[in-house]
Design a protein around this ligand. Structure first.
Ligand code: HEM
Length: 157
């Protein structure tokens, strides 16, 4: 429960998800640590990314969004190009929690923050622990190359 703003409404459906996602990425895009990852590294098309994120969070919260992406691959692809460490994920989570708390309060608001935390942990460890086999090997750092070779050696033939 958000004790600071108990008078705020809870997330109730797709329009609330859209409000949350729009507000969150407005903050993210201005953030020193994260903004350039979207606008300069991934060159995100916001007209397609935002609806994908509405679908993602609607699917997580209400099981109706029809999200069919691949978040691990989408983030693993960024690892050879920019820092995607604990600092970045912690910052992402802080901004996400702050945005939720500025707009909503209640069980769904709590649930979406918990889901975000779980997803952040899974994404962080998957993309940094086991390299995605779809990496372009030419762009890996020596350390990533060594991990990639180890990962491939461990795969069943
Ligand atoms: C360091 C933190 C993070 C950064 C910098 C980041 C950045 C990005 C970028 C650049 C994309 C691709 C956008 C494009 O299409 O251009 C993306 C996609 C996405 N992100 Fe993140 N992200 C972060 C954390 C998270 C977390 C914690 C979640 C979930 C709770 C998440 C959920 C997603 C989803 C669902 C997609 C779409 C995947 C798809 O298209 O299949 N991200 N993210």
């Amino acid at each position: 429960m958000n004790i600071a703003n108990p008078q705020l409404p809870d997330l109730q459906g797709r329009p609330d998800i859209e409000r949350l996602v729009n507000a969150f990425y407005e903050v993210v895009r201005k953030d020193e640590l994260l903004g350039f990852i979207f606008d300069e590294v991934a060159r995100t098309n916001w007209e397609t990314h935002l609806p994908r994120m509405y679908a993602f969070w609607e699917t997580v919260l209400f099981r109706t969004g029809g999200f069919t992406g691949n978040p691990v691959a989408a983030h693993a692809k960024l690892v050879p190009q920019t820092e995607m460490g604990r600092t970045q994920f912690d910052r992402w989570l802080l901004l996400f929690r702050q945005t939720v708390d500025s707009l909503f309060s209640g069980p769904n608001a709590d649930h979406i923050k918990n889901c975000a935390q779980d997803m952040a942990n899974v994404l962080f460890s998957r993309i940094n622990g086991v390299p995605d086999p779809r990496f372009d090997p030419a762009r890996l750092t020596p350390e990533q190359r060594a991990r990639y070779a180890k990962y491939r050696a461990e795969q069943p033939a």
